[in-house]
Design a protein around this ligand. Sequence first.
Ligand SMILES: NC(=O)c1ccc[n+]([C@@H]2O[C@H](COP(=O)([O-])OP(=O)(O)OC[C@H]3O[C@@H](n4cnc5c(N)ncnc54)[C@H](OP(=O)(O)O)[C@@H]3O)[C@@H](O)[C@H]2O)c1
Length: 313
Amino acid sequence: MDKKERAKERREKRRQEVSLLRTIPYSDHQRWWSIDTIAVVTGANRGIGLEIVHQLAMHGLTVILTSRETGVGEEAARVLLEGGLNVVVHKLDIVDPSSIKIFAEWIQQNYGGIDILVNNAGVNFNVGTENSVESAEKVIETNYFGTKNMIKAMIPLMRPSASGARIVSVSSRLGRLNGRRNRIGDVTLRQQLEDMNLLSEELIDRTVTKFIEQVKDGSWTSCGWPQVFTDYSMSKLAVNAYTRLMAKILSDRPEGQKIYINCYCPGWVKTAMTGWAGHTTPEDGADTGVWLALLPEQFVRGKFFAERREINF
Ligand SMILES: NC(=O)c1ccc[n+]([C@@H]2O[C@H](COP(=O)([O-])OP(=O)(O)OC[C@H]3O[C@@H](n4cnc5c(N)ncnc54)[C@H](OP(=O)(O)O)[C@@H]3O)[C@@H](O)[C@H]2O)c1
């Protein structure tokens, strides 16, 4: 059996384990949530986001399914509502500050706050082996800055609780800082982004801005950026770094007001984003995000997961 076949076998074995784990119900003792627990999912009108809404609602939470287009969100929610799930649709475009503001005000007025934020909304314009940076600005703007803006807007709305509020971002292994085959070539920059004493919002912003500038002046190919889906990898690398940074910043919050932030890779999932190519289904792709959002004893923060296991950033 060659390396590829062994990897496929390992993947399939873990997928089966996780599918089995998903069938084990949480005990009453573990269920810290109720129908009054509010979870917000971005980009939830299709794909992994819609499935995260479905699974969270199946666990008995109230889930706000957000979508750029209200009608599309309502159409997506129809089956869930017919199934008796507590799903509410609201318009939200994560790159539009006024849309975020309106959404935050609506949350405040209608629910007084939220308990869970799942940053799922994202874009990728590369398919197959292509590596185009034509849409790099939009990719960074949506995947990194949009996610960051949502985190900043939702933190003040996160309700105090003994279990802690949770933020989960759907990221990607492609954004690993020390991925073996797809990483930033500049060792100094890599070390700075890895070192918690040096990591800052300014450093992350500066890194993605520099990348965009080099895309614009055409010099990006010789500047040591990741080789695979470069713009997408950079956007998710920034999300991962920001997750680690925010985990450190949020760790100061007093007991009862804790916010736990983590991110995960859903695997290569058959959705519109991949042209329905992939190893796994949206159900399996949503699993680790839902598991992280609901962890009964949530003391994990600033970590990166795949298939319910922590992996290196
Ligand atoms: N599929 C994979 O293999 C894979 C692997 C690793 C990570 N991920 C990540 O998983 C997440 C979900 O991806 P998916 O595979 O489910 O893709 P998808 O089917 O293309 O869904 C992406 C969702 O994000 C929404 N979106 C895009 N820009 C937005 C914006 N500015 N504001 C609000 N929503 C926006 C889309 O809305 P519209 O319908 O309005 O466009 C759509 O609902 C993404 O963050 C992606 O990067 C996916």
